[in-house]
Ligand binder design. Structure first.
Ligand SMILES: [Zn+2]
Length: 333
C-alpha cells in the first residue's frame, strides 16, 4: 500500500485540477456513484497519512476556496472523520447542513479563514471523498496506466480504473486500486502525520519507548500516520536498531535517532518522487546490507495484528536484550 510520501505525490497530481469542473466521469467503482460528481467542481485536495481527500462542490466563484498553501501542505484543520454521508444529492431542509451539528460548528470556529464546509455558492457544503489505496493503488494525471506484463492467459490487459474524472480543460485524473468513501470532512491530525511540520515528536517518542518491539510501534498509524513497512525497515536499519528490540530497553538517543531517520527518510522519499527519481534502499527486500552482511527476513507484528515482512542485518542491527543494558529501562513519561 502506498505510504505517506506516495500519497502526497498523488495529492500534488490532483492540485492542478482544483477549481476545475468535472464534465464527464468513468470507472468501475461501486462504492460511490461517479455520476454524482458530474458538473461538480473539485475544490480541494488534502493528504493526511495514507489517505487522500478530495472536496467537491457546486461550480461558481469560490473566493473562499482553499489557499495554495493549504493545498500544498495539507490541511491544518482539526476536523475528525465523521460518519459516512448518504449521497451527493441536495439534502432536505432542517438536516445537519443547517449548522446544528456541534462538530461542524466547532470546526468552523477553529478554522478561521480556512474553507468551511458551508462555503460553496449554492449554499451546500462541500462533499468529501476519502481515497485509501491498495497495494498497487495509484493516480495518473491525463494518462492511463498500461499493462506492464501479460496475465496468466497471455493477454495484455491494461489495469481497470476505479474512477476517472474528466475536467473541463481537457485534462483528467485516473484512480486505480483504491477504496473510495464519502465523508463529511477530512481526518486531520497533523500532530501524528509524519510529513506534517506540526508532527508531535514528543508524543512519538513517548510511544516508541514502550516495552513493545519498535517495529510494531512504528506502524501504529495513531502515532505515525503515513509510515509504512518500507519506511519502517529503512529507518530501523539507518538507526542500527533491531526490529524486535523493545523500546523500553533502548536509550533516549537511540529512540531519537530512530525517529529522526524515519522522518528524514520519509521526506527524502517524497523529494525523490517529486524529482521522478528512484529511491535508494539500504535493507528493504535486500539479500545483503550495504556492508555486505547477510540480511535476515521475518514476519513481525502484534499478536492480534497484521504481520509484515521485515528485513534486518543481525550484525549492523544487534538486538538489545534486557541483560545487555545493565540499567533500568527508560522511564516513559
Ligand atoms: Zn550489516
Amino acid at each position: 500500500m502506498p505510504e505517506g510520501p506516495s500519497v502526497k505525490r498523488f495529492q500534488l497530481l490532483c492540485t492542478p485540477f482544483v477549481g476545475k469542473a468535472v464534465n464527464k466521469v468513468g470507472g468501475s467503482t461501486r462504492q460511490v456513484d461517479p455520476g454524482d460528481l458530474k458538473m461538480l467542481t473539485l475544490w480541494d485536495a488534502q493528504v493526511h497519512g495514507k489517505n487522500l481527500f478530495l472536496a467537491f462542490g457546486a461550480p461558481g466563484d469560490n473566493s473562499k476556496s482553499t489557499s495554495p498553501e493549504a493545498s500544498e501542505h495539507g490541511s491544518t484543520s482539526q476536523g475528525k472523520m465523521a460518519s459516512e454521508r448518504s449521497s451527493f444529492l441536495p439534502r432536505q431542509e432542517g438536516n445537519e447542513s443547517d449548522g446544528c451539528d456541534p462538530q461542524r460548528c466547532l470546526q468552523e470556529e477553529h478554522e478561521g479563514d480556512l474553507p468551511s464546509l458551508m462555503d460553496d455558492v449554492a449554499g451546500r457544503p462541500w462533499e468529501w471523498l476519502r481515497f485509501h489505496f491498495g497495494l498497487y493503488g495509484s493516480i495518473r494525471a491525463s494518462e492511463f496506466a498500461r499493462a506492464k506484463n501479460a496475465n496468466k492467459r497471455g493477454d495484455w490487459k491494461d489495469p481497470i480504473p476505479r474512477l476517472v474524472l474528466y475536467f473541463d480543460d481537457g485534462g483528467f485524473l485516473v484512480f486505480y486500486n483504491c477504496r473510495i468513501h464519502r465523508c463529511s470532512s477530512p481526518t486531520a491530525e497533523p500532530a501524528t502525520d509524519i510529513l506534517s511540520p506540526e508532527f508531535d515528536r514528543e508524543r512519538a517518542l513517548d510511544a516508541l519507548c514502550k516495552a513493545t518491539p519498535v517495529c510494531h510501534t512504528l506502524l501504529d498509524q495513531s502515532y505515525f500516520s503515513g509510515l509504512g513497512n518500507r519506511i519502517k525497515n529503512e529507518a530501523l536499519y539507518l538507526a542500527k536498531i533491531h526490529p524486535l528490540s523493545l523500546g523500553s530497553l533502548l536509550t533516549p538517543s537511540d529512540l531519537r535517532s530512530l525517529l529522526d531517520h524515519a522522518l528524514q527518510f520519509s521526506l527524502e522519499w517524497l523529494h525523490s518522487k517529486l524529482r521522478g527519481q528512484r529511491l535508494r534502499l539500504q535493507i528493504y527486500m535486500k539479500e545483503k546490507c550495504p556492508e555486505g552482511h547477510e540480511a535476515k527476513k521475518g514476519a513481525f507484528g502484534p499478536l492480534d495484528g497484521l504481520k509484515r515482512l521485515t528485513w534486518w542485518c543481525p550484525q549492523c542491527q544487534p538486538q538489545v536484550l534486557p541483560e545487555d543494558t545493565g540499567m533500568p529501562p527508560v522511564q516513559c513519561s
